[in-house]
Design a protein around this ligand. Sequence first.
Ligand SMILES: [Zn+2]
Length: 256
Amino acid sequence: MKLFDTHAHINDNRFDNDRAEMLQACFDAGIEYIMIPGVDRQTVESGVALAETDDRLYAAVGTHPHEAKDFTDDDYEYFKELALHNDKVRAIGEIGLDYYYDFSDRPTQKKVFIRQLELAREVDLPIIIHDRDAHGDIMDILRNEGKDNWGIFHCYSGSWEMAKEAIKMGFYISFAGPVVFPKSTNLKEVAKQVPLDRILIETDSPYLTPPPYRGRRNDPSKTQFVAEEIAALKGMDADEFAAIAYENGKRVFGIK
Ligand SMILES: [Zn+2]
């Protein structure tokens, strides 16, 4: 099975002891590409550096809503430099709003999200959106300040209604481990409906490990379980579905 894990934090320190072996096992298992999102300046730096070591790795630059309180103009300029001049950088992310943890206050999260929408337009790259319990404000901001932005809803958790509007606005809908959890009946229904040309798959490693490995560290090789689940929901052959999601990943990140 040919797979593109469109969201994996493989620069996370939980991989420090075995990163090379872990990646080799992923490549052996059919992973062809991995996108490494940034969450702050430090992880942008380590993600880009890691992407530079292998043709199959790409990176995104951005500040996660958790870290929004620490975002500076200097970070903006740093991300912009990388986005314009480093060929491994193919998206702005992950950016967005997280009202579940509220690690940064909401006005600051919104301000930093809007600022990075501007950055994405300036450098002409797609965005990777993190949206946790903030569907209303995310959509409002995209409708107003983000009319000319496009990209990906990572680890999608909204309704089909919202997905439809996001797709119309130019977004791809990306599914992670939660779509495999037996209890995720609404999410499975959404995955069934998202058109094949707008669907992406990811692991969000090292988080969100799908069954049958729940509770353990996640890694990109588990993209397979997400592919198999969605293929089953759509009544498709798993390899055929994985190949389509793989091509979508290459298209959204401009990989030739
Ligand atoms: Zn993430």
